[in-house]
Design a protein around this ligand. Sequence first.
Ligand code: MLT
Length: 322
Amino acid sequence: MRKMFLAIFAALAFGGAALAENYPSHPITIIVPFAAGGPSDAMARILAERMKVTLGEAVLIENVTGAGGSIGVGRAVRSPPDGYSISFGHLGTHVANGAVYKLGYDLVADLEPVVLLPSNPMIIVSKNDVPAKSLKELLGWLKARPSPPTAGTAGAGSGSHIAGLYFENVARIKLQYVPYRGTAPAMNDLVAGQIDIIVDQTSNSIAQVRAGTIRAYAVTDDKRVASAPEVPTVDEAGMPGFHMTLWSGLWVPKGTPKEIVARLNAATVEALSDPAVRKQLENLGLQMPPKDKQSPEALGAWQKAEIAKWWPMIKAADVKVD
Ligand code: MLT
C-alpha cells in the first residue's frame, strides 16, 4: 500500500517518468472483452501467466463482455492512463467495431498500441448432424435451407461476425446471426446442435474438431494449420481466395507514459519468445507475429491499415445494432 501511494505521489509530483519508475507497484488487469473460456480469454491467460514473471506483479484477467467487445474496450479507454488497465482486443474490437457502432470513443485517438499478438485463420465449422462431408456439400446444404441457416457469433462487429459477413459475400448466401457474449458460449450451442455453423477462430474450434463433437470444412488461409493438418484450406476445398486471419493485440489508454508502454511491450515480447508459451499458443493453431511487427508503432500502423481495408466491406453490409 505504501509503495502504491509513493508511486501516485511521485506521478503527481514528477509526471510519467516517475510513474514508470515504480511501475508496476500493484497488480495489473487485462480487460478481455469476451466470455471466459473463449479464444481471446485463452490467449490472454497464457500470456498473463508469463508476463507476471517479467513484471514482478500479478497480471489479472477481467472479462467485461457485450456489444461485440465494445463494452470491454470502453472500460479500458475510460481507465486511468497508468498502465494498470490493459485492453485485449483484435480485428473485431479494435477495427470492425468502429464501423459498426457509435462507440463513444475513438479506436485510434483514445488508445495507445502496445504490442501485436498471435493470429489465427478462421475455420468453417458446423454442428455434427449437418449432412455434408465437404465444403462444397456444406455450401449446397446452406443454400438449400428454406430459411437462412443460423450462425453463432460473439456479437455484431466481433471476429466471428465479420468472418460471417465475408463468408456470406463470397458464398452468396444469407445467414441468420445468433449473438453470444463470446465464441465459447456459441461453441456450446454448436456442439449441442442448437445453431448450424460458426466461422470461428481456429484456436476456439480446434479442441472440439479433434474431439469430433463438431465438423470442420476448411481454414481461411492458403496453408493448412500445423496443429490441424487434416483440415483443408479454402483454396483446396473450393473457395479459393476466401482468406481471413484474425490478429489480436494489446492497447492501453491514451496518455499512458511511453516508458510504461515500453515495459509492457517488452514483457509481452519476452512471453512470446518463451518456448513453453509458444508451444501452448501454437498447439491452439496460433501463429506468432513476426519479430519486426512486435513494436508499439508497428501495431499502430497495422491497425490503421486494417481499418482502411475492412471498413468499406463492413459499412456496405449495413450491420444493424440496437
Ligand atoms: C472470443 O474470444 O469470444 C472471440 O474473440 C470472439 C470473436 O471475436 O469472435
